[in-house]
Design a protein. Sequence first.
Length: 303
Amino acid sequence: MSSSPRPAPALQPLRGVRVLSLALNLPGPAAFMRLKAMGARCVKAEPPAPKGAPAGTSGDPMGQYNARAYATLHDGIRVISIDLKSEKGQAALHKELARTDVLLTSFRPSALEKLQLGWKGLHKRHPGLSVVAIVGAPGARAEEPGHDLTYLADAGLVTGLDLPATLFADMGGALMASEAVLKAALVQKTQGKSSFQEVALSDAAEWLALPRTWGLTQPAGAVGGAHAGYRVYPCKDGRVAVAALEPHFAAALCAAAGLPASDLRSLFKPETHAAIAAFLQGRTRKQLDRLAVEKDIPLHTLA
């Protein structure tokens, strides 16, 4: 008997790379999750807990307003407390930096300068250290106040009064930050050089917004609702997300709905939309789940 092949072990290209993070809230810790999974040796330095807070309270605001998220983000991460505004804290920080390959921050540039953590000063004191600085917006706009919601709004990704389903700019920025650490480690290894990189959450939002900018997800776009095979429809006991975009998937959907074989143009016609909507409205989630398997149609039912 042949046994199933074992899954390949996860690659850990950052094994041996030491990363210190001063980044609070979501983007920095989310980047740390990725870096740890890639084998990096991760240390998170947090400010002291607020005065009067119960013992064990985190100095990271995330630990105070969502303990579950904080616990997940910091699973397996070594966390230390450092008061960067004190001489003792500065000494402790630079002791850590002396054995660090990449520093991850999320302060405004002016705040880093006040803490004597600007790139020029750091590079002079720790020439082998690379820095990845997470900011809200790039360049001169890095001093502007903002958050995930404002960056998404600026990128055209807030289309009504409802809040976005998740924190796209923060999580996209975390991916970009982990990518930047990978780049820094690669340059250190191949060229023997340290580097400074700025990762802007607004850039992450604009990157995620590109399909909308191109018109793909606009109402007239193929994945914005104009294609009858790529929409969310009501069904008898809930909803169904249909993603029958490619011609063979669209043909299978049309056949199931009793529509004649059609070309791409017909999928954009109102009568095709109406026929598919009527077909789906008359089926239960269970029936549609079974249909997806039997006819190889990409769909997912929802309550």
